[in-house]
Design a protein around this ligand. Structure first.
Ligand SMILES: C[S@@+](CC[C@H](N)C(=O)[O-])C[C@H]1O[C@@H](n2cnc3c(N)ncnc32)[C@H](O)[C@@H]1O
Length: 263
């Protein structure tokens, strides 16, 4: 059984953060939700059994359960799971459990048709834990199941923590000489160069499908995106969907989605 050394840190962070409303709080975050849902639905088959790991209060999982899919949602933070439970008492096809992405031993091998790891990779601070979370996610996926992993690219830390929150010198102190931001557990979140994230899958039983810029430039340019009249916002969204798998969109996205298929 893998031990998550940073469990308390993560629980404390989310006790002061409103994860419930994040994805609907502004257009920048909503683009992330719409894009992730678009890719989930693109690969789903009717009656698929889905596991979401790091489901928070259930924004994705509850939407999918309401579409009729069989959903199991887990999160490390008991408060999140309680909230999910209180919102889903009437949904017969929805289960939620407090569990750690590092130890999914409550599930047997090859149990799910799709596995969504949408949050835990933001909060893992050494290679061993990152590999363990990927291994567990793939272990519980059936052969040919689609698995999705959300992660944060390094440039997102520069636009967010560095520029928006004016902490550039602090951030610079945590970089190596290639501009790679090191794992600093006290920062609570961690980020990756895209090639480093892809390398984590080199020796796994998975095949690369695609890498998606889930919010593209929408969050970085939020002030402008927010002011767009409806017609222009819809045109922006159409452009975003046409380009979100392109390499030139990925570096500036606040979140990325690595999609692979279990071998
Ligand atoms: C930023 S939120 C994302 C929530 C939601 N899936 C989404 O994409 O909006 C990250 C979630 O991952 C959860 N989490 C972090 N580390 C985890 C772990 N090791 N195992 C399970 N859940 C974890 C957190 O408690 C939090 O609810």
């Amino acid at each position: 059984m893998a031990i998550n050394k940073y469990k308390k840190l993560i629980i404390n962070k989310y006790s002061e953060y409103d994860e419930e409303t994040r994805l609907v709080s502004n257009r920048g975050h909503n683009v992330e939700f719409l894009t992730t849902m678009h890719y989930i639905q693109k690969f789903l088959k009717p009656s698929d059994k889905i596991l979401e790991i790091g489901a928070a209060t259930g924004r994705y999982s509850i939407a999918l359960a309401k579409m009729g899919y069989d959903i199991t949602a887990v999160d490390l933070v008991p408060q999140h799971v309680e909230k999910m439970r209180s919102k889903t008492r009437r949904l017969k096809n929805f289960k939620c459990i407090t569990a750690d992405a590092l130890d999914l031993s409550i599930f047997e091998d090859k149990s799910f048709d799709m596995v969504l790891n949408l949050g835990p990779m933001y909060h893992l601070f050494n290679k061993k834990d990152k590999n363990q979370a990927i291994k567990e996610t793939l272990r519980v996926a059936k052969k040919n199941a689609i698995c999705m992993f959300a992660y944060i690219p390094c440039a997102s830390f520069v636009t967010g923590n560095g520029l928006r929150h004016q902490g550039m010198s602090h951030l610079y102190a945590a970089m190596d000489n290639m501009g790679r931001i090191k794992d600093v557990p006290s920062e609570v979140f961690t980020c990756f160069y895209i090639e480093d994230f892809k390398k984590l899958f080199d020796k796994t039983s998975s095949k690369y499908v695609t890498n998606v810029a889930t919010d593209g430039i929408a969050y970085a340019m939020q002030e402008w995106v927010e002011q767009l009249p409806k017609k222009d916002y819809e045109a922006f969204l159409r452009w975003h969907f046409m380009t979100c798998e392109r390499l030139d969109q990925q570096g500036y996205s606040t979140h990325l989605l690595y999609i692979c298929k279990k071998k």
